[in-house]
Design a binder for this molecule. Structure first.
Ligand SMILES: *Cc1c(COP(=O)(O)O)cnc(C)c1O
Length: 372
């Protein structure tokens, strides 16, 4: 075979220079009995919902020769109704996961010569959307307890003049909810657009206000949500945001035509029609989180206060060794966040028992000597 037809190695291809050496992002997808690494809702849909989804897919299949409804109006109407706050479909945008929604935001409002600012430590995907849209990625540190200092945050926004600000509340990987007055101060100071990523909002403690309340007063604010976490629909790939109609129009310019398949739209609408059932386990997961926080603290560990369905805990001189030792015991958690910390998702009571059992074993003095 000549060199010209040989299968090229990645290094032989004319990759964009900033992508050389990069690897595809993602948590390891390992076949392990207990998966507590990507903040999924551990409860699958009921057989009744499964049946309705199958019927909706069959119905959509009958017209798969046609392109789907490009603006997904029916789905956006359902999402607006679910969000409440008087929102209509022209104030809601939807895409294949909120990851795609955030990419649309940077495609529309970021780009060469522009910047996006966020508050670190935060979601590890944001710098990738920034890279992929040639938007400069800027971070400002959170306090030691992972809250955001409103005065210093405003000063950072005024100083850096970012075109886009991402604020994650509750934050991933720390679980920290951001105070409303901090969000308001950031919105007031930001020269460009602000996105509050509320991927975990449904898990926040009762009475935690949503940034949706700020929309009427802040026309350059968007609030993003996802069906991947509380809604138990990670495999369905549906994220969305609420904003002013003009903000949504900006995202419509950059989306790929027909980005939401007919199957995705149909299936998401069935899930939304069963919102109450899809969210039925949220209360149990919230109390599971609170119980787990108490238990971890009882083991003498540091625990970040969480309003999400996961907990960041530590600190370990060698966190990778702890992560690996748990994996060796069949429990997969996430090695993410600041050095020394690990993140565990809240699972079923049986999964939590398995995690506690494994961690107790790993943290035994004899085990530390052996494994770590
Ligand atoms: C999980 C997560 C999302 C949701 O991603 P999808 O693409 O909707 O599955 C968004 N933001 C944060 C901070 C997350 O942790």
């Amino acid at each position: 075979m000549s060199a010209a037809t040989a299968t090229p190695a990645l290094a032989d291809l004319p990759l964009r220079p900033e992508l050389v050496g990069e690897v595809p992002y993602g948590a390891p997808q390992l076949d392990v009995p207990i998966c507590l690494n990507v903040n999924e809702n551990p409860y699958p849909p009921s057989e009744q919902v499964v049946g309705e989804i199958a019927a909706a897919v069959a119905d959509a299949a009958r017209s798969l020769n046609r392109y789907p409804e490009r603006d997904a109006i029916a789905l956006r109407t359902d999402l607006a109704r679910y969000l409440g706050h008087g929102l209509g479909p022209d104030q809601v945008w939807a895409a294949n996961g909120s990851n795609e929604v955030m990419l649309h935001v940077l495609q529309a409002f970021g780009g060469p010569g522009r910047s996006v600012l966020s508050f670190a430590p935060t979601y590890s995907m944001y710098p990738e959307y920034a890279r992929d849209t040639h938007t400069q990625w800027l971070t400002f540190p959170r306090r030691a307890d992972f809250t955001i200092d409103p005065v210093r945050a405003v000063a950072a926004v005024e100083d850096q003049q970012p075109d886009v600000v991402f604020v994650t509340s509750p934050n991933n990987p720390t679980g920290t909810a951001v105070a409303m007055n901090t969000l308001e101060a950031i919105c007031a100071a930001a020269p460009g657009v602000v996105v509050v990523d509320e991927a975990y909002f449904e898990f926040a403690r009762t009475g935690t206000p949503s940034a949706l309340e700020l929309l009427p007063d802040h026309p350059r604010l968007a609030v993003s949500r996802t069906m991947s976490k509380a809604f138990a629909f990670a495999g369905g790939r549906l994220g969305y945001l609420a904003a002013a109609p003009a903000f949504v129009d900006a995202l419509r310019i950059v989306r790929l035509p027909y980005h939401l398949s007919a199957v995705t739209q149909a299936v998401a609408r069935v899930a939304l029609a069963h919102a109450e059932e899809m969210l039925a386990h949220v209360d149990a997961l919230r109390s599971g989180r609170d119980d787990l926080a108490v238990w971890l603290a009882g083991q003498g560990l540091e625990v970040a206060e969480s309003d999400a369905n996961f907990i960041l805990f530590g600190r370990f001189p060698d966190r990778h060794a702890v992560w690996q030792a748990l994996l060796d015991r069949g429990v997969l958690i996430r090695e993410t966040g600041p050095d020394g910390w690990l993140r565990v998702s809240v699972g079923t009571p049986a999964e939590m028992d398995a995690f506690k059992h494994a961690l107790t074993d790993v943290l035994q003095p004899a085990s530390v000597a052996k494994d770590l």
